[in-house]
Ligand binder design. Sequence first.
Ligand SMILES: [Fe+2]
Length: 460
Amino acid sequence: MSTVLSQKHEQLLHDELGDTFDPNIHLNYTPPSALLTMGDLGLGANSTTPIAGSVPFPFLSEEGVCAYRRAMIQPEILSRCAQPYGTGTFILRNLAKHSRFIRDLWTHPETNRIISEVAGAPLTIIMSTEIGHTNIQSAGHTVDDLIRELKVEPRRAPANVVEYEDSDPLHDRPVIPWHYDSYPYVAVVMLSDTTHMIGGETLIKKGDGSAVKVEGPALGYCVVLQGGQVEHLAARASGTTERITTITSYRAAVDGIYDNSYISNVRPYSCLPDLYIEWISYRLEKMKAEIQNMQAKIARLPNSDSASIPLHEMCEFTDQQVAYLTRTVRQMVDPFLCADVRRRFDVRKVNSVGRTWAHIRTQAQFKDLLPAVMALTMEWKPFQLYIADWHYTQHMITSGLSSSICSQQGNFAWCRDRANDFLFGDELLRQGLKEVLLAWLDWSDLLCLDQTHGCGDKSG
Ligand SMILES: [Fe+2]
């Protein structure tokens, strides 16, 4: 993985007063007692491995947990990496750039071997910025509160848990609603004491629409999930005053396997210049490897036998590379548009725009307003690119060329007879372009049809 570190960041890594990662001291791996397969869930297996996810398994030793927390809670690291994410929640990004221990832990060959073994496929980390994305549920409101509150030792004291005892994760307000991850695989590690924690499980949607519950990991335990292929929900945890999970995202390290990644979920809260540089670098690197493989394949063909040229395979290959490159650039949404959306809407509003769109579509006035809105949209320059994509997808549906459409919302089949119901907003959502969808809804005033969002109230 190519990591660009500025001199300042290198200095920070070297100055870190933390531990030096040693897999013999900091890891405590025992294989998971059970694995969930795509077949168990009644889902089609269209990926590298039949494994959909694991139950929690021991991963970090006690020393490993403390060293990880020690690396993370240093004031200079928290002040650089932490940001509030709604009430009582913080996220930490780019930890690997600032902490040598965390970078070395996740990039060590032994760690990679463990995660790959559990997933049932050789994996590689998506990019440096996706090492150790950390979610912290805490009582504090500001990063300074967080700096004061977090300690190396996980907090043991339970909160009052009585009122939560009958909680139902499917009906209580979840921390993260039903979704697919932006990346194919995740490894989630628990860094808090969960002895008195209630909830915090992951629910996975089966092919028949029912849900299966996977217990949340205990302190130092890890869960591996093929989150880009299985729809899941993170249930709210209670009974604890602190909950820290740290997550690293992966893709299959297998040539010829289409990489189904997006940056839709992380773009609304990431530093875009950093994210975009890492994103395009890894995408081009992956594409380069694919092209080199194809070159090698062609070089092995017998020289004089034109019948041996696999034209069908060549067409499929080039289509795939064009689609890959198109997705790569479409994911890099104009930073000015993103900045404007961030200024006016809170990150949760951006991330829930799919539900907002679904609600707006059901409103009585929507059908009356849409023709005029689309006429104006066709003329507005920033949307031209997406209009062309929308027409292409509609063509794929009506022509029957594609039975299922690749989407950030998972693959879905769109009935040919209902091609006209595939609207511009559906196309933006299909590509995971949440900021563009929200900007368009706001610009066109369709957002006013969402009763949860008063017009003129841009705070989200
Ligand atoms: Fe997820």
